[in-house]
Design a binder for this molecule. Sequence first.
Ligand code: PLP
Length: 396
Amino acid sequence: MTSPEPYRVPMSSPDLTETEREAVAAVLRTPNLSMGYEIGAFEAAVSHFTGSKHAIGVSSGTAGLHLCVRAASIQDGDLVITTPFSFVASANVLLFERAVPIFVDVDPATGNIDPTLVQQAVEDLLAGGVRRQRWLPRRGVHSQAELKAILPVDIFGQPADLDPIVQTARRHGLKVIEDACEALGAAYKRRLAGSLGDYGVFAFYPNKQITTGEGGLIVTNDDEAAALMRALRNQGRAPGDTWLQHTHLGYNYRLNELSAALGRVQMGRLDELLARRQEVAGWYAERLAEIPGVDAPQVLAYTTRMSWFVYVVRFSPGIDRAAVARGLEAMRIPARPYFLPIHLQPYMVKRFGYQEGDFPVTEDLGRRGLALPFSGVMSQAQVELVCQALHAALTA
Ligand SMILES: Cc1ncc(COP(=O)(O)O)c(C=O)c1O
């Protein structure tokens, strides 16, 4: 079998140095490959950075979000307001507990959940009757289902407009789970992403701002929730339980020591890593301004620090995104449509009866967005190569 032609620029690359490699190798020279020194050191680094009282390392961002759902006592049939314009995990964690995501459309500028619609949805859902009905999916909801929480996502490294969302939540006694899996280090009105709700979650897949290979981390100031989440990640063992005693129904969501060591060193380099990504994003923005039919991502004034995760451009209406992507592929430049809306994923349609047209802004963004190759180790010459190919694909 012949292998496919390699791409001329990778879609993403981690930024690793000898310090990371040595830290991982050092773990391998100890007998402690799980539940040792490194997990605590990594957690301390993140909790110091975010100013959160607790940081809980877990095996993935998805695992972290799932533990927040458990900590917020979200159960069978409960309703949670969230966004359909996200990576599927942010809604899936609700389904894990048989809760129902109530999707609310997004701000066309950023792709982040629209806080005005969030407020309307909360008020209507609590009012009941026809007002409540208009926010519910066509099927899959119990008539008495209770609204429990709001789960905003900081999309592509830009925080959601969280002040009004948190205010709405506080007024009605709802929990806020901030999915900051794409936004470690981003700042909203000078406050750090992840620290803006009751619980925040980061993720560390290799395309993220910092990586642990696979991994995630929860931050919270809630002592009781933190203790529960620590127990749940460790097979439900509460403090005082022996290895074979399990107070709760738990999971193995632990972050291993090799990953934690990698994360600890990467965390120490966060400012440098974000600055590099900022520089690459700047090269793209400058170059894209010269290419008609394509818009660079918008950064709003409330975003006092952008934490560039992926670089998603948006085509003008009428441009055939699939054709552009095919043109790039032919020139051996990778690109990905971002996002396919969550409500239109087959299992969501089957369970809740969603249809095209239900969330028009999300669907429009989903049709027009394309992620270009992006990482902090990209050179200006690589950005130029991608932009030349994009220009050629657009004019072909
Ligand atoms: C918005 C969002 N939520 C959740 C996740 C899940 O993180 P993980 O892949 O570490 O499970 C991701 C990961 O890409 C994400 O982008």
